[in-house]
Design a protein around this ligand. Structure first.
Ligand code: T3D
Length: 265
């Protein structure tokens, strides 16, 4: 058994590589440190022939609340917060690393998944969720567009109608409804969730790994180029949001724990 960095920990045993997002005090919100650690965990698990299934979950009560909204951003040359560099250099490569891992990756959604946390869950091959978990495409709540592949995954799986509803209205989608809609494979009671995750991972770790790998490649074959393009498109679009008053207001409102008042520019 082995362990690595703190913001995303990794351990491997009995064919299962377990990655845990580990900033529970911020509901496992992503910052560059967590992103780099997560990317390294996925790459490591992906390359380890003894690991036959990867599972990603969150420490504490959340899966991940998305990008860290409270941390200051670097500024671009034009003086706007830089939202795209970390997407292009760290966060998008995580999504692609999950998709390119030659083995099943399971999202074990133990609690809320918001923003890019939703994107991460949808990048995985199978999604198992605790009954109390929910998904929240929270981007518009802070004046942002979507990223991390959410636009691609939702459009592909739900169609544009429901994708627009989830991302524009930014309402909670409970785990059970996400299962009914086809975004989640299994929902279990919170008590049974950990053992059900172990059971699913054990089954995959003892299954026909080469066949799983080929199935994954076959399922991705047609849309792989679209995903890569989408990720780049989203990162550029997100950067355009950085100069809006709505983004500044969204972030200020979150920090001040009040509803945002968007001016529409
Ligand atoms: O670089 C870029 O930013 C570009 C990339 C963007 C990608 C994105 O993912 S944008 C979307 C970012 N995520 C959000 O906007 C979600 C923000 N969080 C929430 O709306 C709520 O926290 C939840 C609905 C997820 C959960 O609500 P609740 O009531 O269960 O918990 P809480 O009290 O709001 O949060 C608990 C603590 O975690 C709290 O800190 P405190 O007050 O105890 O010190 C809260 O501020 C903190 N926290 C939650 N989410 C984030 C966060 N801190 C930083 N970033 C967060 N995303």
């Amino acid at each position: 058994m082995e362990r690595s960095r703190v913001t995303a920990s990794y351990e491997a045993s009995e064919g299962v590589g377990r990655i845990t997002l580990n900033r529970p005090q911020a509901l496992n919100a992503w910052n560059p440190d967590l992103g780099r650690a997560l990317l390294s965990c996925v790459q490591r698990a992906s390359a380890d022939d003894d690991v036959r299934v990867i599972v990603i979950t969150g420490a504490g009560r959340a899966f991940s609340a998305g990008a860290d909204v409270k941390e200051d951003r670097e500024l671009t040359a034009s003086g706007d917060p830089d939202l795209s560099t970390r997407l292009l250099t760290i966060y998008n490569p995580i999504v692609l690393a999950v998709r390119h891992a030659p083995k099943p990756v399971v999202a074990a959604v133990n609690g809320v998944a918001a923003g890019i946390g939703c994107s991460l869950a949808l990048a995985c091959d199978l999604v198992i969720a605790a009954e109390s978990a929910y998904f929240l495409w929270a981007f518009t709540r802070i004046g942002l567009a979507c990223d991390g592949g959410s636009g691609h995954f939702l459009n592909e799986r739900l169609g544009a109608v429901r994708a627009a509803e989830l991302m524009m209205l930014g309402e909670r989608l409970p785990a059970e409804k996400a299962r009914e809609w086809g975004l989640v494979n299994f929902v279990h009671s919170d008590d049974e969730f950990p053992s059900e995750v172990d059971q699913l991972c054990g089954r995959l770790a003892n299954g026909p790994s080469v066949a799983y790998s080929s199935i994954k490649a076959a399922l991705s074959a047609r849309s792989e180029g679209d995903l890569a393009e989408s990720l780049e498109f989203e990162a550029k679009a997100q950067q355009r949001q950085a100069s809006t008053a709505d983004y500044a207001e969204g972030v200020a409102a979150f920090k001040e724990k009040r509803p945002p008042a968007f001016a529409g520019h």
